[in-house]
Design a protein around this ligand. Structure first.
Ligand code: RFL
Ligand code: PHB
Length: 391
Protein backbone atom coordinates (compact mmCIF):
# COMPACT_ATOMS: atom_id res chain seq x y z
CA UNK A 1 0.00 0.00 0.00
CA UNK A 2 1.06 3.57 -0.58
CA UNK A 3 -0.37 6.73 0.95
CA UNK A 4 0.79 10.22 1.89
CA UNK A 5 0.39 9.98 5.68
CA UNK A 6 0.26 6.73 7.65
CA UNK A 7 -1.60 7.30 10.93
CA UNK A 8 -0.99 4.84 13.76
CA UNK A 9 -3.92 4.82 16.22
CA UNK A 10 -7.65 5.60 15.89
CA UNK A 11 -8.12 7.61 19.08
CA UNK A 12 -9.18 11.26 19.05
CA UNK A 13 -5.74 12.37 17.74
CA UNK A 14 -5.45 9.91 14.84
CA UNK A 15 -9.05 10.25 13.70
CA UNK A 16 -9.06 14.06 13.87
CA UNK A 17 -5.78 14.19 11.93
CA UNK A 18 -7.22 11.98 9.19
CA UNK A 19 -10.15 14.39 8.76
CA UNK A 20 -8.01 17.54 8.82
CA UNK A 21 -5.70 16.06 6.17
CA UNK A 22 -8.58 14.95 4.02
CA UNK A 23 -9.98 18.52 4.05
CA UNK A 24 -6.56 19.63 2.72
CA UNK A 25 -6.80 16.98 -0.02
CA UNK A 26 -4.13 14.80 1.61
CA UNK A 27 -4.57 11.02 1.65
CA UNK A 28 -4.03 8.93 4.74
CA UNK A 29 -4.54 5.41 6.05
CA UNK A 30 -5.39 4.89 9.74
CA UNK A 31 -4.37 1.65 11.42
CA UNK A 32 -5.70 0.62 14.84
CA UNK A 33 -4.79 -2.36 17.03
CA UNK A 34 -8.23 -2.70 18.70
CA UNK A 35 -11.66 -3.48 17.29
CA UNK A 36 -14.01 -0.71 16.21
CA UNK A 37 -16.38 -1.61 19.01
CA UNK A 38 -13.60 -1.44 21.63
CA UNK A 39 -12.48 2.07 20.69
CA UNK A 40 -16.10 3.23 20.45
CA UNK A 41 -16.87 2.10 23.99
CA UNK A 42 -13.70 3.02 25.89
CA UNK A 43 -14.88 5.42 28.62
CA UNK A 44 -12.39 8.24 29.15
CA UNK A 45 -12.53 12.01 28.85
CA UNK A 46 -15.64 14.12 29.08
CA UNK A 47 -14.71 17.78 28.86
CA UNK A 48 -14.11 19.63 25.60
CA UNK A 49 -12.52 23.05 25.62
CA UNK A 50 -14.27 25.76 23.68
CA UNK A 51 -11.67 25.49 20.85
CA UNK A 52 -11.97 21.69 20.64
CA UNK A 53 -15.74 21.90 20.23
CA UNK A 54 -15.24 24.48 17.46
CA UNK A 55 -12.72 22.17 15.76
CA UNK A 56 -15.26 19.32 15.68
CA UNK A 57 -17.73 21.71 14.08
CA UNK A 58 -15.17 22.94 11.58
CA UNK A 59 -14.59 19.45 10.18
CA UNK A 60 -18.33 18.70 10.04
CA UNK A 61 -18.32 16.28 12.98
CA UNK A 62 -20.05 18.51 15.52
CA UNK A 63 -23.76 17.87 14.91
CA UNK A 64 -24.36 15.26 17.64
CA UNK A 65 -22.02 17.04 20.09
CA UNK A 66 -24.05 20.23 19.61
CA UNK A 67 -27.38 18.48 20.12
CA UNK A 68 -26.43 16.02 22.90
CA UNK A 69 -23.42 17.68 24.58
CA UNK A 70 -23.98 19.82 27.67
CA UNK A 71 -22.58 23.34 27.54
CA UNK A 72 -21.39 24.59 30.94
CA UNK A 73 -20.32 28.10 31.82
CA UNK A 74 -18.78 27.31 35.17
CA UNK A 75 -17.53 24.68 37.62
CA UNK A 76 -17.86 24.47 41.38
CA UNK A 77 -15.01 24.14 43.85
CA UNK A 78 -16.30 22.49 47.01
CA UNK A 79 -14.26 22.81 50.19
CA UNK A 80 -14.82 23.71 53.82
CA UNK A 81 -18.40 22.44 53.50
CA UNK A 82 -19.44 25.01 50.87
CA UNK A 83 -19.54 25.57 47.11
CA UNK A 84 -17.73 28.32 45.26
CA UNK A 85 -18.56 28.83 41.62
CA UNK A 86 -15.94 29.74 39.04
CA UNK A 87 -17.98 31.60 36.44
CA UNK A 88 -16.32 30.94 33.08
CA UNK A 89 -18.86 33.03 31.20
CA UNK A 90 -18.10 36.15 33.19
CA UNK A 91 -14.36 35.59 33.53
CA UNK A 92 -13.52 34.54 29.96
CA UNK A 93 -15.82 36.70 27.88
CA UNK A 94 -18.64 34.21 27.49
CA UNK A 95 -16.64 31.05 26.89
CA UNK A 96 -17.63 27.64 28.19
CA UNK A 97 -16.88 23.93 27.96
CA UNK A 98 -18.89 21.11 26.39
CA UNK A 99 -19.44 17.92 28.37
CA UNK A 100 -19.54 15.14 25.75
CA UNK A 101 -17.97 11.67 26.10
CA UNK A 102 -14.71 10.93 24.30
CA UNK A 103 -16.15 7.67 22.98
CA UNK A 104 -19.01 9.62 21.39
CA UNK A 105 -16.46 11.82 19.58
CA UNK A 106 -14.62 8.69 18.46
CA UNK A 107 -17.91 7.22 17.16
CA UNK A 108 -18.72 10.43 15.28
CA UNK A 109 -15.25 10.66 13.71
CA UNK A 110 -15.21 6.99 12.66
CA UNK A 111 -18.70 7.19 11.13
CA UNK A 112 -17.80 10.31 9.16
CA UNK A 113 -14.58 8.82 7.79
CA UNK A 114 -16.10 5.50 6.79
CA UNK A 115 -19.05 7.30 5.17
CA UNK A 116 -16.56 9.23 3.01
CA UNK A 117 -15.05 5.89 1.92
CA UNK A 118 -11.67 6.48 3.56
CA UNK A 119 -9.85 3.59 5.22
CA UNK A 120 -9.45 2.68 8.89
CA UNK A 121 -7.86 -0.74 9.34
CA UNK A 122 -8.92 -2.18 12.72
CA UNK A 123 -7.33 -5.12 14.57
CA UNK A 124 -3.86 -4.80 13.10
CA UNK A 125 -1.02 -6.45 15.03
CA UNK A 126 2.79 -6.51 15.06
CA UNK A 127 3.01 -2.86 13.99
CA UNK A 128 6.56 -1.74 13.14
CA UNK A 129 7.89 1.60 11.90
CA UNK A 130 10.74 1.69 9.36
CA UNK A 131 13.15 4.20 7.76
CA UNK A 132 11.83 7.11 9.78
CA UNK A 133 14.91 9.16 8.97
CA UNK A 134 14.47 8.78 5.21
CA UNK A 135 11.89 10.55 3.07
CA UNK A 136 10.26 7.16 2.31
CA UNK A 137 9.31 5.80 5.72
CA UNK A 138 6.95 2.84 6.04
CA UNK A 139 4.77 0.99 8.52
CA UNK A 140 4.45 -2.79 8.50
CA UNK A 141 1.78 -4.81 10.32
CA UNK A 142 -0.30 -7.96 10.19
CA UNK A 143 -3.97 -7.81 9.18
CA UNK A 144 -6.19 -10.91 8.97
CA UNK A 145 -3.08 -13.08 9.24
CA UNK A 146 -1.33 -11.43 6.27
CA UNK A 147 1.75 -9.17 6.42
CA UNK A 148 1.15 -5.72 4.96
CA UNK A 149 3.14 -2.56 4.55
CA UNK A 150 2.27 1.10 3.97
CA UNK A 151 4.83 3.30 2.25
CA UNK A 152 4.32 6.96 2.97
CA UNK A 153 5.89 10.42 3.22
CA UNK A 154 5.03 11.03 6.87
CA UNK A 155 4.10 8.79 9.82
CA UNK A 156 1.85 10.21 12.54
CA UNK A 157 2.31 8.36 15.84
CA UNK A 158 -1.14 8.81 17.44
CA UNK A 159 -1.12 5.51 19.30
CA UNK A 160 -1.44 6.72 22.87
CA UNK A 161 0.84 6.30 25.85
CA UNK A 162 1.31 2.54 25.42
CA UNK A 163 1.74 2.57 21.64
CA UNK A 164 4.72 1.52 19.51
CA UNK A 165 5.57 4.85 17.87
CA UNK A 166 7.43 6.46 20.75
CA UNK A 167 9.13 3.13 21.53
CA UNK A 168 10.38 2.90 17.92
CA UNK A 169 12.60 5.96 18.36
CA UNK A 170 16.19 4.90 19.16
CA UNK A 171 17.39 5.29 22.74
CA UNK A 172 19.06 8.61 23.47
CA UNK A 173 16.97 10.70 21.03
CA UNK A 174 14.14 11.68 23.38
CA UNK A 175 14.33 13.25 26.78
CA UNK A 176 11.56 12.41 29.22
CA UNK A 177 10.27 14.63 32.03
CA UNK A 178 7.80 13.01 34.41
CA UNK A 179 6.02 12.95 37.76
CA UNK A 180 4.22 10.08 39.44
CA UNK A 181 1.51 10.83 41.97
CA UNK A 182 0.96 8.72 45.10
CA UNK A 183 -2.72 8.22 44.24
CA UNK A 184 -5.07 7.08 41.44
CA UNK A 185 -8.66 7.84 40.39
CA UNK A 186 -11.48 5.36 40.79
CA UNK A 187 -14.12 6.33 38.22
CA UNK A 188 -17.72 5.16 37.81
CA UNK A 189 -20.52 5.69 35.34
CA UNK A 190 -23.97 5.50 36.94
CA UNK A 191 -27.46 5.50 35.43
CA UNK A 192 -28.76 8.36 37.50
CA UNK A 193 -29.41 12.04 36.82
CA UNK A 194 -26.38 14.14 37.89
CA UNK A 195 -26.94 15.68 41.34
CA UNK A 196 -25.53 18.99 40.12
CA UNK A 197 -25.98 20.98 36.93
CA UNK A 198 -22.22 21.72 36.87
CA UNK A 199 -19.05 19.75 37.65
CA UNK A 200 -18.03 19.75 41.33
CA UNK A 201 -14.32 19.50 42.17
CA UNK A 202 -14.25 18.62 45.87
CA UNK A 203 -11.35 18.91 48.32
CA UNK A 204 -12.07 16.90 51.46
CA UNK A 205 -10.20 15.53 54.45
CA UNK A 206 -10.67 12.04 53.03
CA UNK A 207 -9.31 12.98 49.62
CA UNK A 208 -10.46 14.43 46.30
CA UNK A 209 -13.83 13.65 44.69
CA UNK A 210 -15.29 14.83 41.38
CA UNK A 211 -18.88 14.87 40.24
CA UNK A 212 -19.20 14.96 36.45
CA UNK A 213 -21.75 13.66 33.97
CA UNK A 214 -22.35 12.39 30.48
CA UNK A 215 -25.99 13.30 29.90
CA UNK A 216 -29.08 14.39 31.87
CA UNK A 217 -29.50 10.75 32.93
CA UNK A 218 -25.89 9.54 33.33
CA UNK A 219 -23.49 10.58 36.11
CA UNK A 220 -19.71 10.20 36.04
CA UNK A 221 -18.01 10.29 39.44
CA UNK A 222 -14.43 9.93 40.60
CA UNK A 223 -12.67 9.29 43.93
CA UNK A 224 -9.01 9.70 44.79
CA UNK A 225 -7.73 6.30 45.98
CA UNK A 226 -4.23 5.03 46.88
CA UNK A 227 -2.05 4.30 43.82
CA UNK A 228 -2.00 0.53 44.44
CA UNK A 229 -5.75 0.13 45.05
CA UNK A 230 -7.66 -2.80 43.45
CA UNK A 231 -11.13 -2.32 41.99
CA UNK A 232 -12.27 -5.66 43.52
CA UNK A 233 -11.95 -4.00 46.94
CA UNK A 234 -14.53 -1.39 45.97
CA UNK A 235 -18.02 -2.92 45.75
CA UNK A 236 -20.64 -0.36 44.68
CA UNK A 237 -22.00 0.37 48.20
CA UNK A 238 -18.49 1.25 49.41
CA UNK A 239 -18.00 3.64 46.46
CA UNK A 240 -21.31 5.42 47.14
CA UNK A 241 -20.61 5.66 50.85
CA UNK A 242 -17.21 7.26 50.21
CA UNK A 243 -18.68 9.64 47.63
CA UNK A 244 -21.44 10.61 50.08
CA UNK A 245 -18.89 11.33 52.83
CA UNK A 246 -16.49 13.36 50.71
CA UNK A 247 -19.09 15.30 48.75
CA UNK A 248 -21.40 16.06 51.72
CA UNK A 249 -22.57 19.70 51.79
CA UNK A 250 -25.36 21.52 53.62
CA UNK A 251 -28.69 21.44 51.80
CA UNK A 252 -27.38 19.14 49.03
CA UNK A 253 -27.66 15.42 48.50
CA UNK A 254 -26.02 12.97 46.14
CA UNK A 255 -28.54 10.72 44.43
CA UNK A 256 -27.31 7.15 43.87
CA UNK A 257 -28.08 4.82 40.98
CA UNK A 258 -26.94 1.60 39.26
CA UNK A 259 -23.19 1.56 38.46
CA UNK A 260 -22.68 0.54 34.82
CA UNK A 261 -18.90 0.89 34.56
CA UNK A 262 -16.00 1.24 36.99
CA UNK A 263 -12.21 1.28 36.88
CA UNK A 264 -9.05 2.70 38.40
CA UNK A 265 -6.56 4.87 36.46
CA UNK A 266 -3.09 5.86 37.63
CA UNK A 267 -2.19 9.55 37.58
CA UNK A 268 1.02 10.61 35.85
CA UNK A 269 2.55 13.60 34.14
CA UNK A 270 4.93 12.79 31.25
CA UNK A 271 6.39 14.78 28.34
CA UNK A 272 8.87 13.46 25.78
CA UNK A 273 10.85 15.91 23.69
CA UNK A 274 11.17 16.44 20.79
CA UNK A 275 7.85 15.20 19.42
CA UNK A 276 9.58 14.31 16.14
CA UNK A 277 12.11 11.82 14.84
CA UNK A 278 12.81 12.29 11.12
CA UNK A 279 9.48 11.79 9.33
CA UNK A 280 7.75 10.39 12.45
CA UNK A 281 5.64 12.91 14.39
CA UNK A 282 4.19 12.05 17.80
CA UNK A 283 0.80 13.53 18.73
CA UNK A 284 -1.43 13.35 21.80
CA UNK A 285 -0.88 10.80 24.56
CA UNK A 286 1.93 9.19 22.52
CA UNK A 287 4.06 12.22 23.44
CA UNK A 288 2.59 13.52 26.69
CA UNK A 289 0.10 12.68 29.40
CA UNK A 290 -1.38 14.74 32.21
CA UNK A 291 -3.33 13.82 35.34
CA UNK A 292 -7.04 14.23 34.49
CA UNK A 293 -7.73 16.93 37.13
CA UNK A 294 -7.39 19.74 34.57
CA UNK A 295 -9.42 17.88 31.86
CA UNK A 296 -6.69 18.62 29.31
CA UNK A 297 -5.47 15.33 27.74
CA UNK A 298 -7.86 14.94 24.83
CA UNK A 299 -7.89 18.67 24.18
CA UNK A 300 -4.10 18.66 23.84
CA UNK A 301 -4.27 15.67 21.51
CA UNK A 302 -6.67 17.57 19.22
CA UNK A 303 -4.46 20.69 19.29
CA UNK A 304 -1.34 18.71 18.34
CA UNK A 305 -2.92 17.25 15.23
CA UNK A 306 -4.33 20.62 14.25
CA UNK A 307 -0.75 21.96 14.19
CA UNK A 308 0.52 18.83 12.43
CA UNK A 309 -2.14 18.91 9.69
CA UNK A 310 -1.29 22.52 8.94
CA UNK A 311 2.45 21.72 8.74
CA UNK A 312 1.88 18.67 6.50
CA UNK A 313 -0.34 20.75 4.20
CA UNK A 314 2.37 23.44 3.93
CA UNK A 315 4.91 20.73 3.12
CA UNK A 316 2.82 19.40 0.23
CA UNK A 317 2.10 22.89 -1.08
CA UNK A 318 5.65 24.28 -0.98
CA UNK A 319 7.91 21.27 -0.50
CA UNK A 320 9.27 23.16 2.47
CA UNK A 321 9.67 21.33 5.79
CA UNK A 322 9.91 24.49 7.92
CA UNK A 323 6.55 24.07 9.69
CA UNK A 324 7.16 20.34 10.15
CA UNK A 325 10.52 21.17 11.71
CA UNK A 326 8.81 23.64 14.04
CA UNK A 327 5.98 21.25 14.94
CA UNK A 328 7.49 19.97 18.17
CA UNK A 329 8.46 23.37 19.60
CA UNK A 330 5.10 24.79 18.55
CA UNK A 331 3.13 22.06 20.37
CA UNK A 332 5.36 21.92 23.43
CA UNK A 333 4.57 25.48 24.41
CA UNK A 334 0.88 24.58 24.88
CA UNK A 335 1.75 21.14 26.26
CA UNK A 336 3.85 22.64 29.06
CA UNK A 337 1.16 25.19 29.94
CA UNK A 338 -1.32 22.32 30.28
CA UNK A 339 1.25 20.28 32.23
CA UNK A 340 1.56 23.07 34.75
CA UNK A 341 -2.19 23.61 35.02
CA UNK A 342 -2.89 19.89 35.46
CA UNK A 343 -0.12 19.42 38.03
CA UNK A 344 -1.29 22.53 39.90
CA UNK A 345 -4.99 21.51 39.99
CA UNK A 346 -3.92 18.04 41.13
CA UNK A 347 -1.66 19.41 43.87
CA UNK A 348 -4.29 21.84 45.12
CA UNK A 349 -7.17 19.36 45.29
CA UNK A 350 -5.72 15.99 46.41
CA UNK A 351 -4.67 14.69 49.83
CA UNK A 352 -1.02 13.63 49.76
CA UNK A 353 -0.11 10.65 51.97
CA UNK A 354 2.70 12.62 53.65
CA UNK A 355 0.53 15.70 54.13
CA UNK A 356 0.52 17.52 57.47
CA UNK A 357 -1.50 20.36 59.01
CA UNK A 358 0.75 22.96 57.36
CA UNK A 359 0.26 21.53 53.86
CA UNK A 360 -3.51 21.27 54.35
CA UNK A 361 -3.76 24.90 55.45
CA UNK A 362 -1.72 25.90 52.39
CA UNK A 363 -4.13 24.02 50.10
CA UNK A 364 -7.14 25.64 51.75
CA UNK A 365 -5.51 29.07 51.57
CA UNK A 366 -4.89 28.53 47.85
CA UNK A 367 -8.50 27.40 47.26
CA UNK A 368 -9.81 30.43 49.17
CA UNK A 369 -7.62 32.72 47.04
CA UNK A 370 -8.97 31.07 43.87
CA UNK A 371 -12.51 32.05 44.75
CA UNK A 372 -11.84 35.37 46.55
CA UNK A 373 -9.65 36.96 43.91
CA UNK A 374 -10.97 37.80 40.47
CA UNK A 375 -7.44 37.62 39.08
CA UNK A 376 -6.93 34.12 40.50
CA UNK A 377 -10.30 32.77 39.34
CA UNK A 378 -9.75 34.29 35.90
CA UNK A 379 -6.48 32.39 35.64
CA UNK A 380 -8.19 29.11 36.54
CA UNK A 381 -11.09 29.84 34.18
CA UNK A 382 -8.97 30.73 31.14
CA UNK A 383 -6.77 27.66 31.59
CA UNK A 384 -9.80 25.41 32.01
CA UNK A 385 -11.75 26.59 28.96
CA UNK A 386 -8.49 26.88 26.95
CA UNK A 387 -7.09 30.10 25.64
CA UNK A 388 -5.43 31.39 22.50
CA UNK A 389 -1.88 32.69 22.52
CA UNK A 390 -1.60 36.37 21.88
CA UNK A 391 2.06 36.18 20.81
P1 RFL B 1 -5.71 7.36 22.74
O1 RFL B 1 -7.09 7.79 22.99
O2 RFL B 1 -5.03 6.52 23.77
O3 RFL B 1 -5.71 6.62 21.34
C1 RFL B 1 -4.60 5.85 20.87
C2 RFL B 1 -5.11 4.77 19.98
O4 RFL B 1 -4.01 4.03 19.46
C3 RFL B 1 -4.30 2.63 19.54
N1 RFL B 1 -3.02 1.89 19.53
C4 RFL B 1 -2.49 1.35 18.41
N2 RFL B 1 -2.92 1.33 17.15
C5 RFL B 1 -2.14 0.69 16.23
N3 RFL B 1 -0.97 0.08 16.56
C6 RFL B 1 -0.52 0.07 17.82
N4 RFL B 1 0.61 -0.53 18.12
C7 RFL B 1 -1.28 0.74 18.82
N5 RFL B 1 -1.13 0.93 20.15
C8 RFL B 1 -2.19 1.64 20.57
C9 RFL B 1 -5.12 2.50 20.80
O5 RFL B 1 -5.91 1.31 20.82
C10 RFL B 1 -5.99 3.76 20.72
O6 RFL B 1 -7.19 3.53 20.00
O7 RFL B 1 -4.72 8.62 22.49
P2 RFL B 1 -5.03 10.06 21.83
O8 RFL B 1 -5.75 9.92 20.53
O9 RFL B 1 -3.74 10.78 21.91
O10 RFL B 1 -6.09 10.75 22.83
C11 RFL B 1 -5.72 11.10 24.14
C12 RFL B 1 -6.93 10.96 25.08
O11 RFL B 1 -7.48 9.68 24.96
C13 RFL B 1 -6.55 11.24 26.55
O12 RFL B 1 -5.63 12.30 26.64
C14 RFL B 1 -7.78 11.59 27.41
O13 RFL B 1 -8.65 10.49 27.53
C15 RFL B 1 -7.36 12.08 28.80
N6 RFL B 1 -8.51 12.40 29.68
C16 RFL B 1 -9.18 13.59 29.56
N7 RFL B 1 -8.85 14.46 28.59
C17 RFL B 1 -9.58 15.62 28.43
O14 RFL B 1 -9.24 16.41 27.54
N8 RFL B 1 -10.68 15.92 29.20
C18 RFL B 1 -11.09 15.07 30.20
O15 RFL B 1 -12.11 15.32 30.83
C19 RFL B 1 -10.31 13.88 30.43
N9 RFL B 1 -10.67 13.00 31.39
C20 RFL B 1 -8.90 11.47 30.66
C21 RFL B 1 -9.99 11.81 31.53
C22 RFL B 1 -8.27 10.23 30.80
C23 RFL B 1 -8.69 9.35 31.79
N10 RFL B 1 -8.04 8.11 31.87
C24 RFL B 1 -8.76 6.89 31.77
C25 RFL B 1 -6.62 8.04 31.69
C26 RFL B 1 -10.40 10.94 32.51
C27 RFL B 1 -9.73 9.74 32.68
C28 RFL B 1 -10.16 8.85 33.81
C1 PHB C 1 -15.06 13.41 33.10
O1 PHB C 1 -16.24 13.79 32.98
O2 PHB C 1 -14.72 12.25 32.79
C2 PHB C 1 -14.03 14.32 33.64
C3 PHB C 1 -14.38 15.65 33.90
C4 PHB C 1 -13.43 16.51 34.42
C5 PHB C 1 -12.14 16.05 34.67
C6 PHB C 1 -11.81 14.74 34.38
C7 PHB C 1 -12.74 13.87 33.87
O3 PHB C 1 -11.22 16.91 35.19
Amino acid sequence: MRTQVAIVGAGPAGLMLAHLLSIEGIESIVIESRTRSYVEHRVRAGVLEHGSADLLDAIGAGARMRSEGLVHHGIRLRFGGGDHRIDFGQLTGGRGITVYGQQEIVKDLIALRLAAGHPILFEVSDVQLHDMQSDRPSVSFVLDGASQSIECDVIAGCDGFHGVSRESIPAGVLTTAEREYPFAWLGILASVAPSSDELIYCYSERGFALLSMRSPSVSRLYLQVPADEHIEDWPDPRIWEELQTRLAADGWSLVEGPVTEKGISALRSVVVEPMQFGRLFLSGDAAHIVPPTGAKGMNLALRDVHVLAHAVAAFYTSGDTQLLDEYSAHCLRRVWRAQHFSWWMTSMLHRFPDSDAYQERLQLAQLAYMVDSRAASTSLAENYVGYEWTT
